[in-house]
Structure formats: C-alpha cells, structure tokens
Design a protein around this ligand. Structure first.
Ligand code: SAM
Ligand code: GLN
Length: 280
C-alpha cells in the first residue's frame, strides 16, 4: 500500500467512527508512525508504506478509534508556539489557556516573581519563564505531573522551580507579584456530559473541582491572597458559567475584570489583592 492510500483509509476509518478532524488526525498519526514532517509525507505519497510504519500506524489508529486523544498517542501538544511533551499524567494544554498567559505577560512587566499553581505539563510556567526571562515558581499536587513539567522545562531551556505541594502551601507569605492558575474547575456534576476522550483519558485531579467545580477555587483565592504582596495580582482560568460565583468569591479584591476567549465566553478572571487596612 502506498502512503496516499494509507492516509485515505485512515481518514475513512476515523470519519466513520465520528472522530473530529479525520484527515488531519490520519496525517498526524501517520507522520508519527513514520517519524516524518508533513512536507515529507506529501513529497512521498507514492512510496510504499514499510511494514513497520504500517504496524505503528495501525496501532495508533486503533487507539484513536477507542477514544485516546491524539496528543497522548503522539506525546506532544503545541502551546504558545512551543512543543510540550504530554502523557496521561498531565492535562493536554488547551489553546484557551493562552489567554491566561497573555494576561500574565501584560502584567509581568512590573513583576519580579510569579507562581503558577497547578502547573500540569508546565505549559504556563515554562512559557512565562521563556517570554519574561523571570525565574518562575510552579507547584502541583501531582508528583507525576511535575516529572513531565520538569522535562518540558529542561527541554525548552526554561528556568522554573518546581515544588510539590497542595496549592502554594510550601511557599512564603507575600513572596509573589503574580499568581497564575488554571485550576481544575469542571463540575463533578457534569462528569457524564464531558467528552469521552477527556473523561476517560485525562487526569481527574486536573479536571474536576468538586460538585460545582469551585472547590479548588474556594481554597485558591485565600491562598493567593496569602502568597501575593499587597497590590499583587491573581490570574485564574474559569469555566464558562463561573463568572458570577468567582466575582462573589473575590469580594474585597480590587480591579476585578473578566477576559473572554475567542468563543466570547468568560475565561480568565484577573483581580488585585487589596492592601491590608492601615493600622492606626
Ligand atoms: N497548568 C496546566 C495547564 O494549564 O495546562 C494544567 C492545568 S490542570 C487544569 C490543573 C492542575 O492542577 C493539574 O496538573 C492538577 O494536578 C493540579 N492540581 C489539582 N489540585 C491541586 C492542588 N490542590 N494543589 C496543587 N495542584 C493541584
Ligand atoms: N478546559 C478543560 C476542559 O474543557 C478543563 C480544564 C480545567 O478544569 N481547568 O475540559
């Protein structure tokens, strides 16, 4: 079988199974099986598929048809223009999360210290380290996630200090100008409505924030208040229906505003830690 036919057949199988973007997925899986770039694939579409490539491609198609996300098959996801390694120990970084990075970069000009709480693959922390040249601190409760994050930082040459702890509990009071977080916020009550790919393959500790999705945020906000110097800023990614509840949880914070994502949905909340009242 030649490469063109292999692509066509893969695409048809994926399409019949109702997999999104079947053509692109077939291409990515075949590129991964061969270990080549897209340009090579198209320059060699009349070449015979070698047996080993065929075996790998068949296995990847099978995994994808069962529901495994493409990124866990290839072990990669692009984020903010860089390639991150991902395994089922970490959430696959989402394009929406780039809005939190943008918000952080706007504020980072005046910042000296930034912490990313719940770093997962390290997507936010590594990006901020490389874009700002500041040294970044990043935490996660999952040691397995931190192992992946450390690998990403090393591979991409980012200076990040990784700390295994619940939220920022191992870190000092008032040590940061910026706290950034994409916490787990999917409501447990929605578990059955979450895409099968997500529910069955991504780490639940990265996704679900209790019954209403806000359990981690309820603890994160006071924790960020402790970690930030007076006037420091919290940037947190939220789910589309969480804006009002987050505004309530942030009562007493200053300059609170919400950024929408490309779909026009509320996605990032930014709020400034109030200064403590002057002691008279
Ligand atoms: N920052 C990454 C990103 O944006 O792609 C991963 C975000 S994922 C939604 C949430 C991360 O928070 C997971 O890596 C999870 O292990 C971590 N996490 C969950 N609960 C935590 C807690 N109490 N303390 C620290 N990290 C936590
Ligand atoms: N955006 C992810 C999803 O769509 C959820 C990530 C999170 O909980 N922070 O499933």
């Amino acid at each position: 079988m030649d490469i063109r036919t292999a692509l066509l057949q893969g695409r048809q199988l994926l399409e019949e199974a109702g997999i999104a973007a079947p053509r692109l997925t077939a291409e990515v899986l075949l590129m991964h099986a061969i270990g080549c770039e897209r340009a090579w694939l198209y320059a060699h579409s009349d070449d015979e598929l070698r047996e080993l490539w065929w075996i790998h491609y068949g296995r990847y198609l099978h995994e994808r048809l069962k529901g495994k996300p493409t990124q866990y098959i290839t072990g990669r996801q692009e984020f903010y223009g860089r390639e991150f390694r991902v395994t089922p120990d970490v959430l696959i970084p989402r394009p929406e999360t780039e809005h939190s990075v943008e918000a952080a970069l706007e504020l980072a000009r005046e910042a000296r210290s930034i912490v990313d709480i719940g770093t997962g693959s390290g997507a936010i922390a590594v990006t901020l380290a490389l874009e700002t040249k500041l040294r970044i601190v990043a935490t996660d409760i999952s040691e397995r996630a931190l192992r992946i994050a450390r690998g990403n930082a090393a591979r991409l040459g980012a200076a990040v200090d990784f700390v295994a702890c619940d939220l920022g509990y191992a870190l000092r009071d008032g040590a940061f100008d910026l706290v950034v977080s994409n916490p787990p916020y999917v409501p447990g009550a929605d578990k059955e409505n979450v895409q099968k790919e997500v529910r069955e393959y991504e780490p639940h500790v990265a996704l679900f924030g209790g019954l209403d999705g806000l359990d981690v945020c309820r603890r994160l906000i006071p924790e960020a208040r402790r970690l930030l110097r007076p006037g420091g800023v919290l940037i947190v990614e939220i789910g589309a229906l969480m804006e009002q509840q987050m505004r309530q949880l942030l009562a007493g914070w200053r300059d609170t505003f919400v950024k929408t994502d490309l779909a026009g949905l509320p996605r990032v909340v930014v709020a400034r830690r109030p200064s403590p009242p002057a002691v008279s």
